[in-house]
Design a protein. Structure first.
Length: 67
């Protein structure tokens, strides 16, 4: 086995490690986005609630009481 065989193994290992690194990076980014989605949803719903409260001056609709 000469140097040519080692170069092939080295190239395969390098390609495999790059693929593994990319897969791990994608998994970490996806996990971070999934974890952040809860906070983003809460922030958006909070903004909508603040906007709705400004229209109603903080009062909620009660049948027969509010108009």
């Amino acid at each position: 086995m000469g140097n040519g065989g080692l170069k092939k193994i080295s190239n395969r290992m390098r390609k495999g490690s790059l693929t593994l690194e990319r897969a791990v990076l994608i998994a970490v980014v996806a996990a971070a986005l999934i974890a952040m989605s809860v906070y983003i949803k809460r922030a958006i719903s909070g903004r909508f609630r603040d906007a709705a409260d400004s229209f109603g001056f903080g009062r909620q609709y009660e049948p027969g009481v509010t108009r």
